[in-house]
Design a binder for this molecule. Structure first.
Ligand code: SF4
Ligand code: SF4
Length: 410
């Protein structure tokens, strides 16, 4: 198989040690659907043998000194601590002194003192899913019997803080919390969060006689789910939290989307694939060794192979993954190609490009209108911060400017 130079960028593959299993059953979770991909397999758990094979080949495939492991779910804390202790031993065995970092993404409800001691000791970074204060989190994030989860999540966050584990928050912005941008923003500051990633919730459903299911990109008869944030809400929400941030918190409270916007303004690669020109920065490996192009495209057409038969380099640097990467840009509809914000938006994630553009072409992102509002609003501030950076000054100086000019920039 033909591959590109493996030295051009690091190789990332997320690992799903429990497949799609989770102790919660959030209304909007797309992972639960994924368990239906493998209906014959009751126990969708990564075996210890496959864990070792993955760790060995993942480390050997890296061309850089530093190796980053990302543990995803379902809920990865459903595996016992002994599983992760074994993973650390294997990382040390095959890493042979290389710098190994670990990130684990969790709903936070299963954290205990013992878990936090392990996470602190091994310096793992923890991403906790939480959608804001209790009344904005609990409506959609609950167990399969409807028990709310917020109190357990907050208990987990307090344990992380007690044990000085590095953590960040991952919040989904949906129909309800999008209406409360101020409350949402200040909640995260009040609980001591320093890094916040906000992801807009966009899901469609297909209604079938046996019940509705989340839609795939190609489902033409799908309708937008009730909890999906509207384009108008998304634009307003982003503008409001940006106004708070740019006046009070630049350089102290980090919101990934604002960092990505500034990165694109500067012409440097942003940290999130959604705002990058191309996709395919990170593949994902399922419990059985199947590797897919992206965590959002765990569907048969995007299966790159299986770690038992192909190497990670063949799969992640091979032609199919390259084609997947390029498609993000080459499939942009005319409206995006002509858009003045394309350099920053890049049409966002292809997963949610199911609208027609102003010329009737398919492939426009559902939240386009919200993004156009956001980019037009932040443009003068981004110009200002870019100018500070180009002159070797801290972008946080914008807060001093805005204290003297409270009406803002335009
Ligand atoms: S499909 Fe979306 S989530 Fe996947 S790599 Fe592309 S932008 Fe990222
Ligand atoms: S703002 Fe809209 S038109 Fe512009 S690049 Fe983004 S999705 Fe496309």
């Amino acid at each position: 198989m033909k591959t590109i130079s493996p030295f051009a960028r690091p190789l990332y593959v997320f690992l799903k040690p429990v497949g799609a299993h989770c102790n919660l059953a959030c209304d909007y979770c797309y992972y639960l659907e994924k368990s239906r991909l493998y209906p014959q397999t009751q126990r969708q758990m990564l075996s210890e043998e496959l864990l070792e094979q993955f760790i060995r080949t993942y480390i050997q495939s890296q061309t850089m000194e530093q190796v980053l492991f990302t543990w995803h779910g379902g809920e990865p804390l459903l595996r016992p601590l002994s599983f992760y202790r074994q993973a650390v031993r294997l990382q040390q065995k095959y890493g042979r002194g290389r710098q190994i970092d670990n990130v684990i993404q969790t709903n936070g409800t299963l954290l205990t003192d013992e878990w936090c001691e392990f996470l602190h000791e091994n310096q793992w970074l923890v991403g906790v899913s939480i959608d804001g204060p209790q009344h904005l989190h609990d409506p959609y994030r609950h167990t399969s019997t409807g028990r709310p989860s917020w109190e357990q999540v907050m208990k987990g966050i307090r344990l992380l803080q007690k044990h000085r584990v590095e953590w960040n928050a991952m919040a989904v912005v949906h129909r309800q919390n999008a209406e409360k941008p101020q409350e949402f923003y200040h909640f995260f500051k009040e609980i001591g969060c320093q890094y916040l990633q906000v992801t807009p919730l966009v899901e469609r459903v297909v209604r079938q006689p046996e019940g509705s299911r989340l839609a795939h990109l190609k489902d033409e008869d799908a309708t937008v789910a009730d909890f999906t944030v509207t384009p108008e809400q998304w634009g307003r929400f982003l503008c409001e939290i940006f106004d708070e941030w740019v006046r009070h918190d630049v350089g102290q409270f980090y919101l990934t989307l604002f960092d990505c916007t500034l990165a694109n303004w500067m012409g440097v690669p942003p940290g999130l694939c959604a705002y990058s020109k191309e996709c395919g920065h990170a593949g994902v490996m399922e419990f059985n060794g199947d590797v897919y192009s992206c965590d959002h495209f765990v569907f048969p057409p995007y299966r790159l192979g299986n770690i038992r038969q192909q190497t990670l380099v063949e799969m992640l640097y091979g032609e199919r993954q390259q084609a997947f990467s390029r498609l993000k840009h080459t499939s942009l509809p005319r409206q995006c190609r002509e858009c003045e914000w394309e350099f920053a938006c890049h049409g966002e994630c292809p997963r949610n490009r199911f609208m027609r553009d102003a010329y009737g072409q398919p492939g426009l992102h559902y939240l386009c209108e919200g993004y156009r509002r956001y980019y037009a609003h932040v443009a003068p501030y981004m110009d200002y911060m870019k100018n500070e950076l180009l002159n070797d000054r801290a972008p946080a100086r914008i807060m001093d400017y805005l204290k003297k000019h409270p009406d803002g920039l335009c």
